[in-house]
Design a protein around this ligand. Sequence first.
Ligand code: ACO
Length: 306
Amino acid sequence: MSYDPEKWTVSSNDVLSISIADDDGYTSFKPAFTYPIFGDSEQIFGYKDLKINLAFHYTTFLPFLKVTYSEKLNDEVDDVKDKMLEFLPASTVVDDEQLWVETFKKEKVERGELIAKLDEYAVYKYGFDNEFAVELNKRLQILVLMFIEAGSYIDTSDSLWSLFVMRKDDTIIGFTTSYSYFKYNGGEEFDSNKAIKRRNKISQFVILPNHQNGLHGSQLYQAVINYWLADPEVQEICVEDPNEKFDDLRYRNDFKRLFEEGVLSNLPSSISKLDEAWFVSNAASHKLELNQFKKLVEMGYLYNEN
Ligand code: ACO
C-alpha cells in the first residue's frame, strides 16, 4: 500500500455534494466552505475515492447522509461520517435511503405565521417555542456553516431568536434567522415610556444555491423588513456582519423603498442643507441605523445627479 500523502488527501469541498430531493429527482451543488467541519485546510486525509453525499428533502429538509470510498488508510484516520454527524441533527438518516424516503413521506410541514405572500412564494415566521421550528433549524443550520463565512449555530433555547422561511408552496427556497434585542434609550425615556422597544437584527441569511439570482433574496429581505416596519415595538433594524453580496442586496432594497417613499427622490438641492437632526429623525422614522441611512442619502444624491 502506498503512503504517499497526496494520494490519500482530497479537498473536502470537492468530495462533499449537497442535494435537494424533490418528487422528480435531485438538484445538487457544492458547499462554499467546509472548514468548520474539516478544518482550515479543507482537506480530508486517509481515503481513496471518497464521496460524501448529504441530501435533504425539499419540504421538511430531513437529512440523509451517505459516505462511500474504495479504500481507507487505517483505523486511525478521522471517521468522516462521525465528523459530519457532529453538525447534523439526530434525525439524520444514515446510509439507509429507503428508510429516509419512508420517514420523509410520513413527515408533515408546519408553515408558521404567514408574513408575506408573493405570487406562489410565501414567507413564514417561526418562534422557537415551536418544536417543528427547532427541528427545522437543526436541519437547515449546516447550510449556514457551508455558505456563510464565519457562520455559526444559534441557541434556539433563547426565545429572542426567530426563523423566517421562504417557500414556494411547500418547497424551501431560503431562510433567515433574527435576534430581537431590547432597545434601551436611556433612563429618562425608559421611565416615561413603558412600551417595549426592540432592535431587530438579521443574523443568518441563505437562499439555496439552486434558487439564487432569481430575486428571492430581495423578496425574503423585503418581507422581513416590511413585517418589522409594521411592528410598533421594533425601533431599529440592523444586520449582523453582512458580506459584500448581502450588503449589495440590502442597499438595493433599502434604496428602492426610501426612493418610492419620497425620502430620496425629494432631497434638497445640496447635501449641505441637511443637518444632523434631519438625519437622526429620518433614520429613526425609517428604523434604519444612522450610518446606513447616511450612506443611502449619499447614494440618493449620486442617483439624482445622473
Ligand atoms: N436589477 C438588476 N439586477 C438585480 C436586481 C435588479 N433590480 N436585483 C438584484 N439583482 C442582481 C444582483 O445584482 C445580484 O447579482 P450579483 O450576484 O451579480 O451581485 C443578483 O441579482 C442576486 O440578487 P437576488 O436574486 O435578490 O439575491 P439572491 O436570491 O441570489 O440571494 C444571497 C443573495 C442571499 C446573498 C445568496 O446569494 C446567498 O444565500 N448566498 C450564500 C449565503 C450568503 O452569502 N448569505 C449572506 C451572508 S451575510 C448574512 O447572513 C447577514
